[in-house]
Write a protein that binds this ligand. Structure first.
Ligand code: C5P
Length: 221
């Protein structure tokens, strides 16, 4: 029954962690496995969507039948997403984007010198918030990993970034969040809680989320 739910829709999903260069051999990153975003790409494809997967560092193989765009840093991901946003019906930001990057990436390997060194970081642009500012007809979905006050932070984030839905997970719960094959999420819109899902495989979370999105899209041509 779900097979054709997204037929003809164009969907872009971001996944994985960004890599922020310090020098040619060193970088900052995070524990994202990419599993949630990759599951969304695969399920969306199964539901008939034309899928673009913009991916940072991930530990799982890309699903078949989707266009894969590999990026390294948050700045690269921003460019890859914004340059493709106009063609999309749905944009889902499941990537773990680094909040900060080194102020400058050294061209040569940094030499060991004094006993202490300071790495200056600068803030990365918030891609989801920029999508919210620029959106016309796109349906935009954010993710939020929280460790406390999940509902309050989720709704605040959804409104500030002008997303249509926000998927929140409490990463302090075992089996939810980074690296696991399962996830425990609550899905919010601007009016509040839409659905609290039980602990499910990331594949099943993806299918439920995409079904909710499909219900909320303007009727297709
Ligand atoms: O890090 P934060 O909790 O604000 O992330 C919430 C959402 O915003 C996620 O969907 C994430 O992919 C997105 N985000 C982004 N650009 C950033 C930081 C977060 O698109 N620089």
């Amino acid at each position: 029954a779900e097979e054709g739910l997204l037929r003809g829709r164009r969907l872009l999903v971001t996944a994985g962690g960004t890599v922020e260069r310090i020098d040619p051999v060193r970088y900052l990153t995070n524990d994202s496995s990419g599993k949630m975003g990759y599951a969304i790409a695969e399920e969306a494809r199964r539901m008939g969507a034309r899928v673009t997967l913009v991916t940072g560092r991930a530990s799982v193989p890309a699903p078949a039948g989707v266009e894969v765009v590999r990026v390294e840093s948050a700045l690269d991901m921003r460019e890859a997403v914004l340059s493709r946003m106009e063609q999309q019906d749905i944009i889902i930001k499941a990537a773990a984007v680094a909040d900060y990057r080194p102020a400058e990436a050294a061209q040569q390997k940094i030499k060991k010198k004094s006993d202490e060194m300071t790495l200056q970081l600068v803030k990365n642009p918030d891609i989801l918030a920029e999508l919210g500012e620029r959106k016309t007809t796109q349906f935009i979905v954010g993710f939020a990993a929280e460790t406390q006050n999940v509902e309050a932070y989720a709704i605040e984030k959804l409104k500030r970034k002008r997303s249509d839905l926000l998927v929140a997970n409490d990463v302090t719960v075992e089996g939810a969040g980074f690296g696991t094959d399962t996830n425990l999420v609550r899905i919010y819109d601007a009016a509040g809680l839409v659905e609290a899902l039980p602990m499910l495989s990331k594949q099943d979370v993806a299918a439920r989320l995409l079904a909710l999105i499909a219900e909320r899209l303007p009727k297709g041509e």
